[in-house]
Design a protein around this ligand. Structure first.
Ligand SMILES: Nc1ncnc2c1ncn2[C@@H]1O[C@H](COP(=O)(O)OP(=O)(O)O)[C@@H](O)[C@H]1O
Ligand SMILES: [Mg+2]
Length: 268
């Protein structure tokens, strides 16, 4: 379970560029909860993920994962517990290493007490990785010795997802991980994402700019605006929610129009 308590993050403090990216934010996730995160450009979505992952220390507040305080832990230490997939398929993998080498490295890193010899890519491990990839019908399993940089964007996102989940993370953070893919591939990667998350009951947060997807994926949706959570929808309220309702709720709360520059209002 994730517990974020009153965290704040100010960039360029004390300068003319001072910017409050996260404002005294609190958020609590149940074990196995799948939360979608929406909000216009610059709302603070990625900054929230960075705060949870330890890309920087928050200015105030506390973060707990599975009842353990991680507020002051290094990004490296948190990476053993938190999996993250970015929008850019080039991020998070070593492009000059093969698929199986990338998986072996990620698998070793995720182990709590990794011994030097466990780094070895044994036949057994390679077969385990291959079988796992074969399940997703993305044509990756026959390219295990191919450099990962040569895969398509969709294939890379699936390998990255698998790298994050071979050993089950306490939390999985997906930052618009299908946004750079063509529609058909994005759809397939979303299906695979849902499958991996539900089979392993992984506590997950997924940023998306597709409002429809935000309501149709997972069991809860939060909307961020100017570093604050302004909507938190679940249960019946969420089931009955339409995109139009969501935008109306936003306008009522903020007394301004919803900035939908980059937000997809499509119903697909
Ligand atoms: N490292 C940084 N230094 C300065 N400003 C930042 C930094 N990271 C994010 N910001 C600012 O914080 C705000 C929130 O950014 P971000 O969390 O990336 O938004 P988004 O919701 O689009 O993911 C933006 O105004 C952004 O410019
Ligand atoms: Mg972002």
């Amino acid at each position: 379970m994730l517990e974020v308590k009153n965290i704040s993050k100010v960039f360029a403090k004390g300068t003319v560029n001072e910017h409050v990216a996260i404002k005294n934010m609190s958020l609590s996730l149940e074990d196995g909860e799948f939360v979608t995160v929406v909000g216009s450009n610059g709302a603070g979505k990625s900054t929230l993920f960075n705060a949870i992952c330890g890309s920087f220390l928050v200015d105030s507040g506390h973060i707990f994962l599975d009842n353990e305080e991680i507020t002051y832990k290094s990004e490296h230490a948190r990476a053993k517990m938190i999996g993250r997939v970015f929008q850019d398929p080039m991020r998070g993998t070593a492009p000059n290493m093969t698929i199986e080498e990338n998986l072996a490295l990620a698998y070793t890193r995720s182990q709590k007490h990794s011994l030097p010899f466990s780094r070895a890519l044994t036949k057994k491990k390679a077969e385990f990785f291959r079988e796992n990839l074969a399940r997703y019908n993305m044509g990756i399993e026959d390219r295990m010795k191919t450099k990962i940089g040569l895969l398509s964007g969709g294939q890379r996102q699936v390998v990255t997802l698998l790298m994050c989940t071979l050993s089950i993370p306490k939390l999985l953070l997906l930052d618009e991980h299908t946004a750079a893919l063509d529609p058909a591939t994005a759809k397939r990667v979303m299906e695979i994402t849902k499958q991996i998350v539900s089979e392993n009951n992984i506590t997950t947060m997924m940023i998306t700019h597709n409002l429809n997807q935000s309501l149709n994926t997972g069991s809860r949706t939060i909307m961020l605006d100017s570093g604050e959570i302004i909507l938190d929808l679940s249960g019946k309220e969420r089931e009955n929610m339409t995109i139009d309702d969501m935008i109306k709720m936003y306008s009522a709360k903020k007394q301004k129009e919803f900035d939908n520059d980059r937000i997809l209002l499509s119903r697909d």
